[in-house]
Design a protein around this ligand. Structure first.
Ligand code: COA
Ligand code: AMP
Length: 630
């Protein structure tokens, strides 16, 4: 069957389609109902099914003949370590850590926050939670204490699992101090913290609250898989919303396992037994879905890489990992390829490695510029596939479905809707736009299995953020266009989310930090185009009347505040002091116009602007910090 036929069937008969896909999963109680649509706009997949996600990721492969196949390869150029786990070994480590968690009082439905660098223990902790029906919430290591504290208060974990340090080029990240800082700020206090001591930087423990990983697992009786309802949450993953308050995306167990298992063969074209590598971080959705769950559920070897595309030690690292571990398919963000290309434009490092087993490259997380895609195609001589999805969807919504049919690649487009996703482009009034016209990208309900059923403890916010704008449709927050061949082109966000090096950040959250500076009266943060990272945040601050201090001092302070409160991952380094901000007559800050000035693109002076002279002031301020570049 070709793509078109599979896609049409998925929409015409979703229950038949996903009911069949559910056969790829081992159930403790097979679902009799595929979709519960009795309370729209809330939908539940496989409502009467029971399963265990960890069983599907590990035990079934141990029992089914893959016990001695590698399940996980940890490759860490920053420590020089390579560690390999077979499915049996990984299952045993996970069962022991699950037993340790249980001994610490963690029960089905309890939350566990995981704040860890890219070490195998991060994946082990995730799978251990899944094994006993606990709900994990992984927090990316590049977030500071404040962000971690917000997640602690929302998820109210019984236990937090962390490490003594992370290793970034040139510095250690002291996770334990960041964790202690977060617990001080948070209103909720976990009962216990488990800390993986790394030899590079050991951390002092808080007596009575902390134990080391080693102490936690010592003598812990291995725990068996607990069957849970398909609709029970597997994890909560916080992502940037339009305000400083992150959204807790909930992922269920059943729909997630079915969709991810289906995606490995049909989208990524990967058969069980092959080696798959997602070069991302377990703190992001790509890491959840395609470092941990999908490859393991599908019986693949997954690579967990602790390093960067460049500088660890050189731009040949990716090729070395592909060749050393026999990687068939790689998934990463375009920014990683821009970084490699910048250091090795002639791709000399590629020639030093045997890439004969490499089949395909998938890129996502941000818009993929055609130049980068074409460079990757020429360099690697395999299909290079841009695909589009979000933390909310949990797996690709638009892709070139390699495992079904490789469609012609159009650089700049993530190709076509994935089976299960009924993607539409709407105008302001919710009318569907004809092909070729730009509008809001939405997905007609019900969303397929594996996508978010709601936000953690916030059904109302879920409705308000995603479902109320266009009833019957899920709002993706992206704007774009479908061309006459049915290919989607994702052009921009319609909200204030920006994408910095493939990391999703909220300019609204940064504005909240700037506004908290005592000398700042008003502020705005915009995302400007950046050659390497795709976008970078730039701040504008208007000072309180009477503040006489040098602007440079205030700029340094707000830059430090964003690093301190959001984290280094925000990459907020540029800000300017201005006398006022451009606004509409109704007082709305014209961020889009400011962005166009910074990017050096032509723009129309908005008819609603209250005073056009201010645009010259903004242009001059931006020129002072090097925008537009060149
Ligand atoms: N823990 C702590 N700090 C982290 C971190 C982590 N897990 N990840 C990043 N940081 C820090 C970095 O050290 C850096 O700090 P600095 O300001 O002190 O230098 C800051 O956050 C920004 O990091 P990053 O955006 O990664 O920039 P970089 O300059 O270190 O590296 C790239 C640039 C392009 C090499 C890098 O961004 C990259 O590999 N991107 C791929 C993106 C990706 O995998 N995205 C996931 C979605 S698929
Ligand atoms: P995240 O939730 O961090 O995965 O970020 C999701 C957002 O990243 C999407 O809503 C898009 O704005 C952007 N994005 C992800 N993949 C792509 C892509 N292939 N092309 C364009 N934008 C993308």
């Amino acid at each position: 069957m070709g793509y078109r036929e599979v896609y049409e069937r998925s929409l015409a008969d979703p229950e038949g389609f996903w009911g069949e896909a559910a056969g790829g999963i081992d159930w403790d109680r097979a679902p009799q109902t595929v979709l519960d649509d009795s309370t729209p706009p809330f939908y539940r997949w496989f409502p009467d099914g029971q399963l265990n996600t960890c069983y599907n990721a590990l035990d079934r492969h141990v029992d089914g003949g893959r016990a001695d196949q590698l399940a996980l390869v940890y490759d860490s150029p920053v420590t020089g370590e390579v560690r390999r786990y077979t499915f049996r070994e990984l299952r045993d480590e996970v069962a022991t850590f699950a037993g340790a968690l249980r001994r610490l009082g963690v029960e089905r439905g309890d939350r566990v926050i995981i704040y860890m660098p890219m070490v195998p223990e991060a994946a082990i902790a995730m799978l251990a939670c899944a094994r006993i029906g606990a709900i994990h919430s992984v927090v990316f290591g590049g977030f500071a204490s404040n962000e971690l504290a917000a997640r602690i208060d929302d998820a109210t974990p019984r236990v937090i699992v962390s490490a003594s340090c992370g290793i970034e080029p040139g510095r250690f990240v002291d996770y334990k101090s960041l964790l202690d800082g977060a617990i001080d700020i948070a209103a909720h206090t976990p009962e216990c913290c488990v800390v993986l001591q790394r030899p590079q930087l050991e951390a002092p423990l808080t007596p009575g609250r902390d134990s080391t990983w080693r102490e936690a697992v010592d003598g812990a009786p291995p725990a068996d898989c607990v069957p849970v309802a398909a609709t029970d949450p597997l994890y909560i993953l916080y992502t940037s919303g339009t305000t400083g308050e992150p959204k807790g995306i909930v992922r269920d167990n059943g729909g997630h396992a079915v969709a991810l298992n289906w995606s490995m063969r049909n989208i990524y074209g990967v058969d069980p037994g092959e080696v798959y590598w997602a070069a991302s971080d377990v703190g992001w959705v790509v890491g959840h879905s395609y470092i941990v769950y999908a490859p393991l559920i599908n019986g693949n070897t997954t690579v967990l890489f602790e390093g960067k595309p460049v500088g660890t030690p050189d731009p040949g690292t990716f090729w070395r990992v592909i060749s050393d571990h026999g990687v068939g398919v790689l998934f990463t963000a375009p920014t990683a390829f821009r970084a490699i290309r910048r250091e090795d434009p002639e791709a000399e490092h590629v020639r030093k490695h045997d890439l004969s087993g490499f089949k395909a490259l998938f890129l996502a997380g941000e818009r993929c510029d055609p130049d980068t895609l074409e460079w990757a195609q020429t360099t690697l001589k395999v299909p290079v596939i841009d695909h589009w999805w979000q933390t909310e969807t949990g797996w690709p919504a638009c892709a070139n479905p390699l495992g079904i049919e490789l469609l012609p690649v159009k650089p700049g487009s993530p190709t076509v809707p994935v089976p299960g996703y009924d993607i539409r482009v709407l105008d302001e009034d919710g009318e569907e736009l004809p092909d070729g016209e730009i509008g809001a990208i939405v997905i007609k309900l019900p969303l397929p299995p594996g996508t978010l059923p709601t936000l953690w403890n916030a059904d109302d916010r879920y409705l308000a953020a995603y479902l109320e704008r266009f009833p019957g449709h899920y709002l993706t927050g992206d704007a774009g266009v479908v061309d006459t061949d049915g290919y989607l082109h994702v052009l921009s966000r319609v909200d204030d989310i920006i994408n910095v090096a493939g990391h999703r950040l909220s300019t609204g959250a940064m504005e909240e930090v700037l506004a908290a500076h005592p000398d700042v009266a008003e502020c705005a943060v915009i995302g400007v185009a950046d050659e390497l990272k795709g976008q970078l945040p730039v701040g504008f601050v208007v000072l309180q009347a009477g503040v006489e201090r040098p602007s440079a001092e205030i700029v340094d302070e707000v830059v430090a505040m964003v690093r301190e409160r959001i984290g280094p991952v925000a990459a907020f380094r540029r800000a300017v002091v201005v006398d006022r901000l451009p606004k509409t007559r109704s007082g709305k800050v014209l961020r889009a116009t400011m962005r166009q000035i910074a990017d050096g693109v032509e723009f129309k002076v908005p008819a609603t602007i209250d005073d056009t002279a201010i645009l010259d002031e903004i242009t001059a301020a931006l020129a002072g910090i090097g925008y537009p570049p060149g």
